[in-house]
Structure formats: C-alpha cells, structure tokens
Ligand binder design. Sequence first.
Ligand code: GSH
Length: 324
Amino acid sequence: MGQLIDGVWHDEWYDTDSSGGRFHRSVTAWRNWITPDGGPGPSGRGGFGPESGRYHLYVSYACPWAHRTLIYRAIKGLAPHIDVSVVHPDMLSEGWTFATDFPGATGDGLFGLPFLRDIYLKADPKTSGRVTVPVLWDKAQDTIVSNESAEIIRMFNSAFDGLTGNGDDYCPAELLDRIDAMNERLYDRVNNGVYKAGFATTQAAYDEAVGPLFETLDWLERHLAANRYLCGERITEADWRLFTTTLRFDPVYHTHFKCNRRWLREYPNLWGWTRELYQWPGVAETVHLDHIVRHYHYSHDTINPHRIIPINPLIDWHEPHGRG
Ligand SMILES: N[C@@H](CCC(=O)N[C@@H](CS)C(=O)NCC(=O)O)C(=O)O
C-alpha cells in the first residue's frame, strides 16, 4: 500500500501519527463527469459523452466503493457497454496489482500493465495521490474520467439512459435532498465509520468512531422498521451506498475492524433489508465474498500481521428477506 508523489511510487501505510491515531480518507482527484450531451458536469471538464464501448471500469471486488459502481453497471443495464478489469485482492507494497493468480482477478484488460498505479501514470505521468479503486477510464481521450464512486454512480444512474433504454431512476429529483442528507449521515458514521474504527491507532480515535457507528446502526434499525427503504417507499442511491457496507459487516468489519458490539444479523430489519438488496436482480453476481474476506485480512498487516484468513460465519444470503 502506498501512494504516488510527482509520478514516483512510495510504499507507505496511512500516516495516523499526525492525526492522533485517526484515519482520514483522502479527497479524490479525478472528478470529471459523463453527461448525456457530453457537456461538463458539476466538476471537472466536458468532453465525456455516453458511448458504447468507450469507457472501462477498474475495480476491486473487495472494495465497498468500487462495488457500488459494479452494482449500478448491473442494475442500469450497462454491462454490454462498459467493460471491467478486476484487480487482485491482495493490496501490498505495490498497491493494487493486476496479478491474476486469484480466481476472478482479470489482469489489466486494456493495456496489460502490471499495477493499477500504471493506469494513473498513463493519465498523468506526474500525478500525486493514493491509487484507489474504482477508476473509470476513457479510451477515447486516454485518461481517467473519475475515481470517485459517489459520482460514478450518479453518472451511471442517468447518463447512458439514451443508449440502454433503462430509465430506472435511483436518484429522482423529488428525493434528491433526502438522499443527499441520508448519504451524508451514513458516509461518515457507517461507510467510512467502520474504516475509522478499524484503522484507528489510538483508543480515543477508535472510541470516537465506534460509538457513532453503533448509534447509527441502532437508528437505522428503527428507521427500517417504519420505512420500506432508506428514503421511503422506493429504493434509491442511499440504499445502494449503504448496502456495500452492511454486506461486509459480519464477514469482515465485525471482527477485523473491531466493530463488534453487535453482528449485523442481530438487527432484524437491517439484516432483512441487506438480504433484499443482495437478492435484487443482478446484484448477487456482483458479490465476491472470497475477494472481500481475502483482501482485508491479507492486506492489512498492521491489523492482522500473520495474515490468517478466518473461517467466518455461515451466512444464508438467500433466506427470504421478509420485507415488503
Ligand atoms: N473516494 C473514493 C475512495 C475509494 C477508496 O478509498 N478505495 C480503497 C479501496 S476500498 C483504495 O483503493 N485504497 C487504496 C489506498 O488508499 O491506497 C471512492 O469512493 O471512490
């Protein structure tokens, strides 16, 4: 695990010394948008129109942020139009690699390069920053459109509708404020909250993260007792964003990240809702628990220095969800 500084790779773990043991996720650098008419989006520059076969998605099956983009690719009918490369689950001194000695790790389908950082360097040989997944690559301009999952899924929600004929809208205008507020509440306390607890290197930093995490899970349990989905009667972006975290909770975060006040399956509504999303058409195929379990336990040697992969709870994802 490391980062690029002026185009040079430095193998460094997250610096928590300067932040009192707290993990801070870096701000994402590539922020262009694909738009229906190719005009500029809310950030970055224009020139990225929706075309079949033009874009390529680099993901890790382990990563909850990348997983969101794979789910949207499935539920928005984008698979025939956007192809995918999958990195190896082990993220060690070279960062994410295109090694293929793990089932499902595809290698770099576009250029045959060895490391994900080479994709960043292809876009900008002097780039600086962390080398993260997902990455949405534009074959026409030979550059990165975006490496921010929250924005990639907003593009996927509507930019290609003219091409796919799939008008399913997970971010309808009338619910946008509610979705944004829910996302904000859940990102810091839950999606990133588990990482803040897991990567904390002081007791205080861990306590600061794990308290709000479980308060928010308790709140979500009550909320889902009264609401079909997070923002009311219809499924929205807020649900998909939370799902990639709740899916990983019992297999990884509970034990590996010390988020162990309760198992997720002890929350009947949250667990039923998680199973419902898992069972949504096309979604189970995006879930690769072998990559998930392997990545976290094998890559984070500050947390699990002997790299023992645990046996894990037996989970019946196909049990009827009982909601609706
Ligand atoms: N803001 C990014 C965060 C992505 C992210 O942090 N991905 C992790 C994997 S779960 C990563 O690639 N980390 C590598 C690193 O930090 O060096 C997004 O949501 O797209």
